[in-house]
Design a protein around this ligand. Structure first.
Ligand code: SF4
Ligand code: SF4
Length: 371
């Protein structure tokens, strides 16, 4: 199971598109963090036992900015490691950070503890500083991009996450070019679905996406393949005829987020100010509200009638509950912007995949066909 611990509601940035709620000094106390890990492993063992599968868990650290709580993060990670070793649980560790506090000492610790890092950096300075700023309004690109040096090369221990928004999309192509020039090989393009996209911005996004597809092809031709989440994911869905059930997020079922208070939510994107009673699944000290959890889990999916006959319905992320909830108010109703995005990236990915397949590109065949 995947568990995300939201260590703090504080952050040293004030990004315009932040969905993590109002900033405050509310932080997770040590007894909450320890109980959260005990809770996570209890449910991991229970699930493994019921299903007859090996126990595997992922603990992710999130915020606000989790590196503001460095002593708590390291203490709870060490505790999780000891507990997992005792209980025979295979443990993955992740952290999502804005990079501004990431220095040599912290990187050494993350490497030693085999962490995977989600690194929020909106590409080049022009794109990043449009929306990712300090409270005084100054851009944070210079502070964040200093840590890029830790992630150059072909063996990424993390991915650079760009949030694509109508206000910064004009810089998207140049940003991906810049990241490639910096030898960054693992890029995630996460759209901001929670905002209106004017037609002109949608056109810019389409043009940028096609150009990024070209750049992707170029990296394979140069035997320096890049990973870009939206292209990789849709190439895979083409090869295997859609998402497998295990590819879909486990919203509330095998994916859980724990707020600083100990309240439980089905996804870190829902935690926000920790006030969403409709989707609160309980508290780690009192346990799951089982009836509500079952109801939410059963409700997942997509009930939009028009999707039934869509030729790409099995390759579409219309099932993403947190995005559906944020965009339509219902976890099982997909929004038109998601539809637009999915069709766009499927088109780009199919062109990229067909081109590299026709060329029998060795890196492409090795990566996607194990050839
Ligand atoms: S760094 Fe993350 S938590 Fe902080 S303001 Fe930006 S998006 Fe929100
Ligand atoms: S691409 Fe659009 S119509 Fe097709 S399944 Fe996805 S959301 Fe529905």
């Amino acid at each position: 199971m995947d568990f995300t611990l939201c260590l703090t509601h504080a952050c040293n940035l004030r990004c315009d598109y932040c969905y993590a709620g109002a900033k405050s000094n509310t932080r997770m106390a040590w007894d909450v963090a320890r109980k959260a890990i005990d809770f996570a492993f209890h449910h991991t063992l229970r699930r493994a036992s019921l299903r007859g599968i090996p126990p595997e868990a992922q603990i992710g650290y999130f915020g606000g900015e989790p590196l503001l709580e460095w002593p708590l993060l390291t203490r709870s990670a060490e505790y999780a490691l000891e507990s997992a070793a005792r209980d025979g649980i295979t443990l993955k560790k992740t952290v999502t950070t804005n990079m501004t506090l990431l220095d040599e000492e912290k990187m050494t610790w993350f490497r030693a503890h085999d962490f995977y890092l989600g690194l929020s950096l909106d590409g080049n300075a022009a794109m990043h500083d449009t929306l990712r700023r300090f409270p005084d309004g100054t851009g944070s690109h210079a502070a964040a991009s200093k840590a890029l040096r830790f992630f150059r090369g072909s063996q990424p221990a993390g991915e650079i996450i760009l949030v694509v928004d109508p206000r910064n999309v004009a810089h998207l192509t140049k940003s991906v070019e810049w990241l490639l020039s910096e030898d960054i090989r693992n890029i995630a393009l996460n759209p901001n679905f929670y905002i209106e996209w004017p037609e002109s911005a949608l056109r810019t996004w389409q043009t940028a996406s096609e150009r990024i597809g070209d750049l992707y092809i170029d990296t394979y031709r140069a035997s320096q393949p890049v990973r870009i989440n939206v292209i990789d994911g849709k190439i895979r869905t083409r090869i295997k005829d859609g998402y497998a059930s295990c590819d879909k997020c486990g919203f509330g079922e095998n994916e859980i987020a724990i707020a600083a208070s100990g309240n439980i939510y089905p996804c870190e994107r829902i935690v926000g100010d920790d006030t969403n009673e409709a989707l609160r699944l309980g508290n780690i000290f009192t346990g799951f509200d089982s009836a509500k959890r079952s109801q939410i889990v059963a409700c997942r999916g997509n009930v939009i009638e028009e999707c039934r006959d869509c030729p790409v319905k099995d390759r579409c992320m219309n099932w993403c509950s947190c995005i559906n909830y944020a965009t339509t108010g219902a976890i099982n109703r997909v929004d038109g912007l998601v539809c637009h995005h999915e069709r766009m990236v499927i088109g780009v990915a199919d062109r990229v995949g067909a081109t590299l397949f026709a060329e029998s590109n060795p890196a492409f065949l090795a990566r996607f066909y194990g050839a």
